[in-house]
Each structure stands twice: as structure tokens, then as C-alpha cells.
Ligand binder design. Structure first.
Ligand SMILES: [Fe+2]
Length: 284
């Protein structure tokens, strides 16, 4: 019986130790992300060009469809009053190569963009290196899954998402499932590291079913990857592979917080109809 499979079924996730880049890589990627967020707010030309890279990328379905139409680039959600204040940067190797080939001056003019893309590429490669053996392990139990997820040509269908939370909200991401085959939670710079909570799949879920994985005492947290299934494989008929519910709780910290996550998608899967929200028992 597979250890990875059993851990996921029992706990909702598996921890993979000593496989991620060092903490300094994450410190650098968050700094670059902050630099680009500032650029987006203060430099109109840079923000127009960076937005255009994502729009141009998405025009071609061979590119964006391959990544299940996950939007690339920077998105600011911090201005919506009804939502937790957060912004995103989404990256994939193919998007990085596309932008470098078509917008070379973006990188020579704005070092923070160059730095952000370079560090996201490192994270993307790490996510691929860690998730590939997980997929191969699942393939032993579910033949065919590998062919669905791994194309021998081109870049892997992996998206890196950086999230930046502004201080102040109680729950930053309500309990949800991910639009992914597998998700890898790589790092966060939380002060107490207990904002991220997760559990195994349940038909009826209460928030208290979700537990933090890492405590402050566990200072190895930066080198532990948390891997868990999203919704896609269940949708493709692998009904035993259930998505793990998880949430990001808020913090009273009066500072920005950052998270780095990776998603292994299913190439050309269209997912607009899928809902990721989970109704909580006892909550209207
Ligand atoms: Fe998620």
C-alpha cells in the first residue's frame, strides 16, 4: 500500500520534507512580488505592459487552454470591499518563456519583474520535481492517470500562485477545494504558521474539522511541502481521489503576509462550471 496515498486519505495531505528550495528563495520571491505590486500601483506603463502580457498569453487557447485557462500575471483583489484584501501573481514556465521572448525590455527596464519571473521559475521547477513522483505513485493504483497529467513534450501543466494578504481580515480564504489535480503548498511567511488549515474530504464539514499542519515549534516548516489533491481527478472519473478541504484563517498581524502555492492541472480541462466553495455545516 502506498504511503503517500494512505497519508492523503487519512489526513487530507502528505508532507514531503527537504525537497523545496531554501527559505532565502521564498524571501526573495516575496520581496520581488512586493516590488512588482508597487510597480503596478505607481508605474502606469509597467502595469499596462504587464497586464498586456497576460492578455496576449490568454488569446491563444493552445497556451491558456493547456493550463485550464488559469489567468497569468498580477491581479489585485485588495480594492474590493467585500473580499479579503489580497493580490496574486500567477506564473507558469510557458508564460515566463512567452513574456521573455516577446517583451524583453520589460525585464531590462524593471529589475523587480526579472527577479520575480526568475524566482517563480525556480518555484515552478521545484513543484514539478516534487509532484511528479506523487503522480507516478498514484499511477500505480490508478493506471491512466499519468497520461492524463504528464505530457512528454513542452512544459508541465503547473501554475505557481503567489498570494499577498493585507492585514485585518478574520478568514482570508473560506474553506474550499482547489481547481487542480494536485496542489503543493510550498511556503508562507506567517508569524505563527497556523493560518493554513486542512483536513480530509468530508461530506459535511465544520471549520473545526480543518487543522493547522505546522506549529511555530516546527521550524523546518520552510522545507516541508504540503501536497494534497484538488477537484480535477474526481471530476475525470477517479472518484476515490477526493479533494481536500482547506482554508486560510486570518491574522491579527499588522503586516503583509505571503503564500506560495503550486497547482498541477490537467491539460485542456475546462473548469468554469466547477464551484470550489464548500458549504459549512451550521453556517447559512
Ligand atoms: Fe486553495
Amino acid at each position: 500500500m502506498s504511503k503517500i496515498f494512505d497519508a492523503i486519505r487519512q489526513n487530507g495531505f502528505v508532507l514531503i520534507r527537504d525537497a523545496l528550495p531554501p527559505p532565502s528563495t521564498f524571501i526573495e520571491v516575496y520581496k520581488a512580488f512586493d516590488g512588482v505590486a508597487k510597480l503596478m500601483a505607481t508605474d502606469e506603463l509597467a502595469s499596462i505592459i504587464l497586464e498586456k502580457t497576460a492578455i496576449d498569453w490568454a488569446k491563444d487557447l493552445r497556451r491558456s487552454g493547456f493550463l485550464a485557462r488559469a489567468p497569468m500575471g498580477f491581479r489585485d483583489r485588495s480594492i474590493r470591499p467585500d473580499k479579503a484584501k489580497k493580490s496574486y501573481f500567477q506564473y507558469a514556465s510557458g508564460y515566463g518563456a512567452f513574456v521573455r521572448a516577446n517583451y524583453p525590455r520589460l525585464f531590462s527596464t524593471y529589475p523587480e519583474v526579472d527577479w520575480l519571473f526568475a524566482n517563480c521559475e525556480i518555484l515552478s521547477e521545484a513543484a514539478v520535481t516534487i509532484l511528479r513522483p506523487v503522480i507516478l505513485e498514484f499511477e500505480r493504483r490508478y493506471p491512466g492517470l499519468r497520461r492524463l497529467l504528464i505530457r512528454e513534450q513542452g512544459f508541465p501543466p503547473v501554475v505557481v500562485r503567489l498570494i499577498r494578504y493585507e492585514p485585518g481580515s478574520e478568514i482570508e480564504s473560506m474553506p474550499h477545494h482547489d481547481k487542480s489535480a494536485f496542489t503543493i503548498h510550498m511556503n508562507s511567511d506567517d508569524a505563527t504558521a497556523d493560518q493554513f488549515v486542512i483536513g480530509p474530504w468530508r461530506r459535511e464539514l465544520e471549520l473545526s474539522d480543518l487543522k493547522p499542519i505546522m506549529s511555530r515549534a516546527n521550524l523546518r516548516r520552510t522545507s516541508d511541502a504540503v501536497v494534497f489533491p484538488g477537484m480535477f481527478l474526481g471530476q475525470m472519473g477517479y472518484e476515490e481521489i477526493l479533494p481536500s478541504p482547506h482554508a486560510a484563517l486570518g491574522s491579527k498581524d499588522a503586516r503583509l503576509r505571503h503564500v506560495a502555492v503550486g497547482f498541477w492541472l490537467i491539460p485542456f480541462m475546462f473548469t468554469d462550471h466547477l464551484s470550489t466553495n464548500i458549504p459549512l455545516r451550521g453556517v447559512a
